[in-house]
Design a protein around this ligand. Structure first.
Ligand code: F6R
Length: 612
């Protein structure tokens, strides 16, 4: 989705803006632009449709634009086609106000009507131009300065936004405001940065402020002042981001996705170690007490996409280890359902970005109903992290590839540890089993590492799938949950139609799709369900399907049925998903690059979905 970068300091702004925007390219965009203050009054605006490189070429990597204060944007079209005209920054007619914007202004038509009556003309089809002119209108009408004008515009705007605004009369200053769209402000050595996402400024500083919803900030060189919507000054704490700059670079890998697949072992270990010490899970940092865990009767897990798949897997583990009832819900559905949540329930939202609009809305709905909430989140200081009652941070570090891998894996770990701790706090697990399961969780990092040694074989098999049109993933129990994730990985980066089915469901319809050569990938790690899944594999094989299986070492008999088998090390079957997902991530990756696609930036997708 769209990206924002802003800078004011001693250095030239344009190279910083272009560099920052390049770090946000992974979010997906179709046009880009920058605006740089040339001096006291003039500003140069340069916009291009297409890749950021065009903008860099046009400006000699930014060196041709001289000025130390500016804003930049990568746009992912929502209102109006991708074009240089619709690209940001947008300006009021006299360039009094120039701004970039992320999000969607829902009432932009109504506001535009009002502005047209006041004599404003519109050049683009964007909602952003409406916001710019609305700020300009209030600035001129009330003469109260930038903060006043922005605050007045914020009263009127409905929807989500992260705005960066420059005013002609305020050289060297940038004003920002946000509601439900992320934005951070960084500071270092007399220079100030603003960005919609951490990687954009990580190279320059790790000291950041989080600007809250409905707040405004005034950025000067090396200085930030915050205001609430009533224009009262507010004080904020500086936070240090622990991510290092290298973690947002490719580090010798050809693609971020492969790098992130390889990082899984390390980040899983980090996530385990963040709550496990001396052979015990400690939830002090999560702020969830044993007493609270005893009182909870029902758990709702709410998330989108891969994070939802984590929820499905976690459901099996929690239900196996505890007496808790668990429901897993898609956030986009949950938020509009009229569910009456019982008082003794816990709503767990799972999100890498912490900014997914539907998940955030689901969290708010739960809070509105007075239910306790817990977020499993990767991005520190994100909206979901700030709004949830309790937070379990996954320590995946920055995930750049649009298709999630390492964040997914750390979310699964968080799910296991929660299940285990709930069981312990509720006296539903014997000490011996608790210890054994915890020890098993501790073996996951090294086992994940081992699976990566099989990647060449998986690449060999993936190359055979390059021309297929459809694929089906089947499994039972946790294997079904992992099949869902494997299927999403394949479809989102290789554009092959793919579906995941609970293996037992095949005969209720989907089996009619099986014909000669159809690829069926089965996940078979759950001992008690192995025979049943193999029967389903035989059923599809006898109808012409070609079979791949992911199974546990030792199940060599599966080679009698499947043409290609990827083995994962033995582990307690509750946690087998952490291993069986890895060959499926690799499969998706290799099919995508085999087809020549941009695996890190699949078409039409954005890394964080901050709009509905
Ligand atoms: C798929 C993928 C998405 C995300 C989903 C939720 O590879 O990454 O399906 O899992 O958009 O995003 P977060 O976790 O940021 O809420």
């Amino acid at each position: 989705m769209c990206g924002i970068v802003g800078f004011t300091g001693k250095r030239q702004a344009a190279p910083v803006l272009l560099d920052g925007l390049s770090k946000l390219e992974y979010r997906g965009y179709d046009s880009a632009g920058i605006a740089v203050r040339l001096g006291d009054k003039d500003t140069e605006i340069i916009k291009e449709k297409g890749k950021l490189k065009k903008l860099a070429d046009k400006t000699d990597n930014g060196n041709a634009v001289k000025g130390c204060c500016g804003i930049g944007h990568t746009r992912w079209a929502t209102h109006g086609e991708p074009s240089a005209l619709n690209a940001h920054p947008h300006a009021s007619d006299d360039e009094n106000v120039i701004a970039v914007h992320n999000g969607i202004i829902e009432n932009y038509q109504e506001l535009k009507g009002k502005l047209v009556k006041s004599g404003y003309e519109f050049k683009s089809q964007t909602d952003t131009e409406v916001a710019v002119k609305l700020v300009d209108y209030y600035y001129k009408k009330y003469n109260g300065g930038p903060v006043d004008a922005i605050a007045r515009a914020m009263y009127r705007i409905r929807g989500s936004y992260a705005l960066c605004v420059m005013f002609k009369d305020y050289a060297g200053e940038i004003y920002t405001a946000r509601k439900d769209s992320p934005m951070i402000i960084g500071i270092a050595d007399g220079e100030t940065y603003v960005a919609s996402d951490v990687p954009a400024i990580l190279k320059y500083t790790r000291n950041v402020y989080y600007i809250g919803n409905m707040e405004i900030a005034r950025l000067e060189k090396g200085k930030v002042t915050f205001y609430n919507i009533d224009r009262e000054e507010i004080i904020k704490e500086l936070t240090e981001i622990k991510w290092d700059a290298e973690s947002a670079e490719k580090g010798g890998y050809e693609h971020f996705m492969m790098k992130e697949i390889h990082e899984q072992s390390k980040v899983i270990k980090g996530t385990i170690n963040s709550v496990v010490t001396n052979g015990k899970v400690h939830f002090d940092s999560v702020n969830l007490t044993d007493e609270e865990m005893q009182q909870i009767q029902q758990i709702y897990i709410v998330a989108c996409g891969s994070a939802y798949h984590v929820g499905v897997a976690a459901q099996y583990v929690i239900e196996e280890l505890t007496s808790l009832q668990v429901r897993v819900e898609l956030a986009s559905e949950f938020r509009y359902r009229k569910m009456k949540l019982s008082k003794n329930s816990l709503v767990i939202v799972i999100s890498q970005s912490g900014e997914t609009a539907d998940t955030l809305a689901a969290l708010r709905e739960a809070k509105e109903q007075g239910v306790k909430t817990l977020a499993i989140v990767n991005v520190v200081g994100s909206s979901i992290a700030r709004e949830a009652d309790n937070v379990f941070y996954t320590l995946a570090g920055p995930e750049i590839s649009v298709a999630t891998t390492k964040a997914y894996s750390t979310q699964l770990i968080a799910g296991y540890l929660l299940a285990l701790q709930f069981a312990k706090a509720r006296n539903e697990i014997e000490e011996k089993r608790y210890k054994t399961l915890l020890a098993e969780i501790n073996t996951i990092p090294e086992k994940v590492e081992k699976i990566l040694q099989d990647k060449e074989r998986i690449q060999w098999f993936a190359n055979k799938l390059i021309n297929i049109k459809d694929a089906f993933f089947i499994g039972r129990g946790i294997d079904y949950a992992i099949g869902m994730e494997g299927s999403l990985k394949l479809k989102e980066i290789s554009y092959i139609h793919s579906e995941a089915y609970a293996a037992g469901e095949l005969k209720h319809g989907p089996i009619s799709l099986i014909e000669d050569g159809t690829i069926v990938i089965s996940v078979v790690t759950q001992e008690n369900l192995t025979e049943k899944t193999i029967s389903n594999m035989v059923e599809v094989k006898s109808r012409g399907a070609h079979l791949m299986a992911v199974t546990t070492a030792g199940n060599y008999f599966i080679e009698d049925t499947a043409e290609f088998v990827s083995y994962v090390p033995k582990i307690d079957q509750l946690f087998a998903g952490s291993l069986s997902v890895v060959p499926l991530q690799l499969l998706g990756y290799y099919v995508s690059i085999g087809k020549g696609f941009d695996v890190d930036k699949p078409r039409n997708l954005a890394k964080s979905v901050t709009v509905e």
